[in-house]
Design a binder for this molecule. Structure first.
Ligand SMILES: CC(C)(COP(=O)(O)OP(=O)(O)OC[C@H]1O[C@@H](n2cnc3c(N)ncnc32)[C@H](O)[C@@H]1OP(=O)(O)O)[C@@H](O)C(=O)NCCC(=O)NCCS
Length: 256
């Protein structure tokens, strides 16, 4: 769909963000977000230092603007066990090498909205995350009243995990955020129906094996077999949630 605010038919291409994008990247962030970002953040983005990013440019834009950003997404890899969603991941996510991709910022300049650019940028992040064998999910925060963004994440099958009270501090006022997640590489929490069934089947199988072993043993011992006492319970909700101070001032790197 072509945005009626555009005077021409766009030809959108995607590429990594590079040092020559620094100025426009800063300007668009300033225009789109209520949070001021540190210069270091932009330096890290354009130089690809611990941050991955994609730019959307319109090749058919006139007046030498054909390589100028019209949209962007920035993200970084975080360790799953250090993240605040560790309790919502598969039970092996405490393993030291398990990772997540956290979306830091996403934006499309107004005249290019509703053309599918943000959807394409998010798909790039999901594809990238899926290509990392240790990665279990893509996640992000969004301020509670940002309906276009919330609609977009829901449309893209992100799941809203929780509402975080006062997560953002903007101009001395606290605002709630929603935490959205998109699982990749089988990273979903064991609370999903399929995972629950798998766990129960595994558990019963183990139980039966134990019983069978005991029966055999007891038959050998000449004792009456008893149903074995369960020593280990499978914890469906981990207690290892990372209790990040959610009311702390926003670090300036979260999606709003
Ligand atoms: C939120 C934001 C990134 C969305 O960007 P966008 O490029 O307009 O998003 P998309 O075009 O991918 O999707 C938005 C809408 O366009 C529709 N759309 C997407 N691709 C389409 C296509 N090819 N044809 C027709 N409609 C399309 C989507 O379905 C959706 O609308 P709908 O659900 O009502 O149908 C943009 O509004 C923005 O930059 N906002 C300010 C910054 C911001 O809030 N960032 C997010 C912080 S978490």
């Amino acid at each position: 769909m072509v945005n009626p605010k555009l005077s021409h038919h766009p030809s959108i291409c995607y590429r990594p963000i590079r040092p020559s994008d620094l100025e426009i990247l800063q300007r668009i962030h300033g225009d789109l977000f209520p949070i001021r970002y540190e210069f270091d953040f932009f330096q890290n983005v354009v130089n690809g230092r611990e941050i991955v990013s994609w730019a959307a440019v319109d090749r058919s834009r006139p007046n030498g603007q054909s390589d100028e950003l019209v949209g962007f997404v920035t993200a970084r890899i975080v360790l799953a066990r250090e993240s605040e969603i560790v309790d919502m991941l598969r039970y092996d996510s405490l393993k030291s090498d398990q990772t997540l991709v956290y979306i830091l910022t996403l934006g499309v300049v107004e005249s290019y909205r509703n053309c599918g650019i943000a959807s394409s940028l998010i798909r790039k992040v999901i594809k990238y995350a899926s290509s990392i064998p240790t990665c279990r999910a893509v996640y992000l925060h969004v301020i509670y009243y940002n309906n276009p963004a919330i609609h977009l994440y829901e449309k893209m099958s992100f799941q809203c995990l929780r509402r975080l009270q006062g997560f953002y501090l903007i101009n001395s006022r606290h605002y709630d955020s929603y935490l959205f997640v998109y699982y990749v590489n089988g990273g979903a929490s064991p609370c999903s129906p399929l995972a629950l069934v798998t766990i129960m089947v595994d558990y019963m199988r183990t139980g039966f094996k134990t019983v069978a072993a005991k029966i055999c043993k007891n038959e050998e011992d000449g004792k009456v077999p008893k149903w074995p006492k369960c020593k280990e319970t499978i914890s469906l909700v981990s207690t290892t949630q990372n209790n990040r101070n959610l009311t702390a001032e926003c670090s300036g790197h979260e999606c709003v």
